[in-house]
Design a binder for this molecule. Structure first.
Ligand SMILES: CC(C)(COP(=O)(O)OP(=O)(O)OC[C@H]1O[C@@H](n2cnc3c(N)ncnc32)[C@H](O)[C@@H]1OP(=O)(O)O)[C@@H](O)C(=O)NCCC(=O)NCCS
Length: 233
């Protein structure tokens, strides 16, 4: 509702002024949002922060992680079937881990964004997380609450996130990887247009050992080509 909206004109971003809409006035009185908005300009703010805000897709709403999500985050990701396929996430996973992750999202490096995946009709319900993070070539990562697997949710979320990364954030190249044998994730990446670039070794905190990963990358050019081809078909 426009009457409830506050338009913030925030600094200059890459030579252009940026308008960010905060959808409800009451969000400003929430301590977490106060903290997030306490920047003088985008030059002071983490680059990804001002750009992520909210993305809606057919079924989903992707939004920033909020302090109120932390219990739900910890309860959802504390599932070994999820964490064993991730590299940087411990298991068991508790509220302290969620708090650390939240603090991390407040200081994202340039060209990075972290989104909570929610149901579009219920943006309070956390279904998973999707992000791209990194200083040079950011890495795409994601996970989803187990009851929601197999419905194409990550594919739907990732398509919008890629568009945002390549068009809005102007990322030139995204990396990603999945642990060897994680067929759903491999299929997601291939379906998104990622190109396999070999295998590597990566440490999985939840497994407590190094694992073999399949590595992928997708450049902005490749993504544009795939998107245009898909649109024409
Ligand atoms: C991997 C994960 C994100 C998949 O999310 P999802 O929304 O269920 O994925 P989708 O429904 O889009 O399915 C992805 C693909 O895997 C396929 N798939 C699903 N389950 C499968 C299985 N058990 N074996 C083989 N393929 C499978 C689907 O058919 C689909 O392929 P298609 O697009 O070619 O038809 C989810 O399972 C998850 O969170 N896993 C734990 C964390 C994780 O692995 N994160 C990724 C780290 S790289």
């Amino acid at each position: 509702m426009m009457a409830n909206r506050i338009r913030l004109t925030i600094g200059l971003l890459q030579g252009r002024s940026k308008h960010v809409y905060i959808s409800e006035r009451r969000r400003l009185v929430n301590g977490c949002h106060k903290q997030r908005l306490h920047f003088h300009s985008f030059h002071d703010a983490p680059y990804g922060l001002g750009q992520q805000m909210r993305i809606t897709t057919v079924r989903l709403c992707l939004r920033e992680l909020q302090a109120g999500d932390l219990c739900s985050l910890a309860g959802t990701i504390n599932n070994p079937r999820i964490t064993r396929n991730l590299t940087r996430v411990p298991w068991p996973y508790d509220l302290n881990d969620a708090q650390r992750f939240y603090e991390h999202t407040l200081t994202l490096p340039p060209q990075s964004a972290v989104y909570v995946i929610t149901d579009r009709s219920n943006p309070d319900r956390l279904l998973g997380v999707i992000s791209y993070e990194g200083v040079a070539d950011p890495e795409l990562g994601y996970w989803l609450d187990e009851p929601f697997w197999g419905k194409g949710i990550i594919t739907e979320a990732a398509r919008s996130v890629l568009r945002h990364a390549f068009i809005v954030t102007k990322v030139q190249r995204l990396l990603s990887r999945c642990i060897l044998g994680n067929e759903p994730s491999r299929r997601i990446l291939v379906g998104l247009g990622f190109r396999p670039v070999g295998i590597g070794s990566v440490y999985s905190i939840a497994r407590g050992r190094a694992v073999i990963s399949q590595n992928f990358e997708l450049t902005s050019k490749e993504w544009r080509y795939t998107t245009i081809t898909e649109t024409r078909d």
